[in-house]
Write a protein that binds this ligand. Structure first.
Ligand SMILES: [Zn+2]
Length: 240
């Protein structure tokens, strides 16, 4: 257990972090890390189809429902979550949000950062969230940027797997074994009731990535994995 270490996750919408990084979040939370999720939008327009089919739905009630689901999922995964409500379709972060994110980086000093891929022709909010994350990470590193707190070091950034990886130019470079915590991820996925059609999809994906992890490591005990792509090069003294 090392409670001084932290992880920062930036999610465009209310459920993205659950499907794409839920296992990683649960794993690091179990290891004693403080995991903090910044959720930029509730996904109230683009990723809440099922709720909009119910009669009498309003934008506010969809947002409240997605927020409640998201809070529940974060609690199951052992993470804390902050919502920015920057809109959905389009997600448009205000300058105030940019500044707040710089403060988050400086306060948290994360060991690593998880966010979306640079491209996603199915949802332009995802690259927007990735760009915002990388931009504010760089601002937080700049001594001259006018925000309180110690300037940020160089936490690596990992892009989580998009829903349609090939179209998003996503290449899995890291396969993280999430076998010990997969049950927790499944439980968190099941709290996202507006998107029930994705529960089995992301369970199957974790199994496939698990099979690939075995093929690439020889570690037969791996059953489930999550894939990531690095933004910056890994620096090492040994090739392994
Ligand atoms: Zn999304």
């Amino acid at each position: 257990m090392d409670s001084n270490k932290t992880v920062l996750v930036v999610s465009a919408h209310a459920a993205d972090f659950v499907w794409r990084a839920g296992g990683t979040i649960a794993l690091y939370s179990e290891r004693g890390y403080r995991v903090r999720i910044l959720c930029l939008s509730f996904g109230e327009r683009g990723e809440s189809e099922r709720l909009w089919r119910q009669p009498g739905m309003t934008l506010e009630s969809v947002k409240a429902s997605r927020r409640a689901e998201s809070e529940k999922a974060a609690a199951i995964l052992g993470a804390e979550i902050r919502f920015f409500d920057t809109g959905d379709y389009p997600l448009r972060p205000a300058e105030e949000t940019v500044h707040e994110m710089v403060l988050e980086f400086r306060n948290l000093q994360p060991e690593f950062v998880l966010t979306h891929s640079f491209a996603d022709p199915y949802n332009f909010d995802h690259p927007e969230a990735a760009n915002l994350t990388l931009r504010t990470r760089v601002y937080a590193q700049a001594a001259g940027y006018p925000a309180e707190g110690k300037k940020l070091g160089v936490p690596p950034v990992f892009m989580f797997e998009p829903h349609q990886p090939e179209q998003c130019e996503f290449k899995p470079q890291v396969l993280l074994d999430i076998t010990p915590v997969f049950d927790i991820k499944r439980k968190a996925m099941e709290s996202m009731e507006a998107q029930e059609h994705l529960w089995d999809y992301y369970t199957d994906l974790a199994k496939r990535r698990g099979t690939q992890a075995v093929r690439n490591s020889g570690r037969k005990e791996i059953k489930f994995a999550e894939a990531y792509q690095r933004v910056y090069p890994q620096v090492a003294s040994e090739l392994s």
